[in-house]
Design a protein around this ligand. Sequence first.
Ligand SMILES: *Cc1c(COP(=O)(O)O)cnc(C)c1O
Length: 436
Amino acid sequence: MNPSSSTAGASSALPGHPFVAYQGAALQVEGVALSALAAEHGTPLFVYSKAAMLAALAAYQRGFAGRHVQICYAMKANSSLGVLQVFAQAGCGFDIVSGGELERVLAAGGQASKVIFSGVGKTRREMRQALQAGIGCFNVESEAELDVLSEVALSMGLRAPVSIRVNPDVDPKTHPYISTGLKGSKFGVAHDRVVKTYQHAAKLPGIQVKGIDCHIGSQITEVAPYLDTVDKMLDFVSDIQAEGVVIDHIDFGGGLGINYHGDKPPAADDLWAQLLAKLDARGFGHKKLMIEPGRSLVGNAGLCLTEVLYLKPGEQKNFCIIDAAMNDLPRPAMYQAFHAIVPLQRDAGPRSESVYDVVGPICESGDWIGRDRTLAVQAGDQLAVLSAGAYCMSMASNYNTRGRAAELLVDGQQVHLIRERESAADQMRHERLVGG
Ligand SMILES: *Cc1c(COP(=O)(O)O)cnc(C)c1O
């Protein structure tokens, strides 16, 4: 122990992670020691805090108190059944982007009537599946999709409830790969086509117009793009209703950012206080609202535990090789994203501090988890990769025939295994040898 080490018993939550704290030298989630979980379940291991998810949801619920709103968790952020179950039990609906996600919602106990179906490439088969289940709304992204959906619904003797995703042409000031509401994006119906598209939809026999939606991007940390979006959306609603087409609900999408690395996104309740003030000022405060938050509900509720396999000093770089990799944590490779990396045990004994690139075992130079990180570690130490609740497990792959990690849900003193570690046999189950 070095002299500056904290006294046993002192608890300090990590900034932006209210349910993750060092108790003395040991990192804990909701008071459960993480090194014990790593010892029992092995690494890499995802650990989620139920309290953190519900606290993130509560911020939205506070912001919308007294309003007519449906919160639809954008489940592509983390679609594990145990996570969906938390939100289903809390009354959330779900924003899905595939027929597979719909099956997950139903398996987790979610209600089909609270499901909205987004995405530019829904197949006829997925449309039939969603109509059969009785989902709440299709968020349609093109005129061509409207025509096909009308045909599919009619063939089933139904009318499909529809909202049209419009492109408000707002710059969310985030990474280009996660900006979706600018001109030139594949998402949504262009500004000048919006009213025409609604007029077309209103004439289709298999379509029932319900609402309007947008989603301008992800990891948004400023209020201004949202305020611009509200203005543009309300302009659209006025224009559409002036043509005699009634809009029942307005869906503002998701996109609110989280604190990965000193980011300062607005709190959900503060953001919505400002947006609702604008809605009220423009006379739309009575409308039914929908939102589709993903990352902001789960991102900082999860972390990934990993073990240091080897330290490899080099001439230009030192490498800290860990047992988690880009197949588990794809965001750095995909978006140059930052995840904080902290030890499970502070003050673990004599170790010298060095600057490392933290990398995984995969045979790709893109397989890095953190760059230029100052760490005092040795082989066998355990680390936590923070902010790993969103767009990690749901994007995980089997590259290099690495099984996907196990997942735990911590709920107070209870720890639930919500996903077993995937074996090589699991991965090969659907493959066949030729002539075998
Ligand atoms: C991804 C997505 C969301 C959720 O985005 P977050 O940044 O995770 O909140 C919401 N709506 C749509 C249509 C999406 O594609």
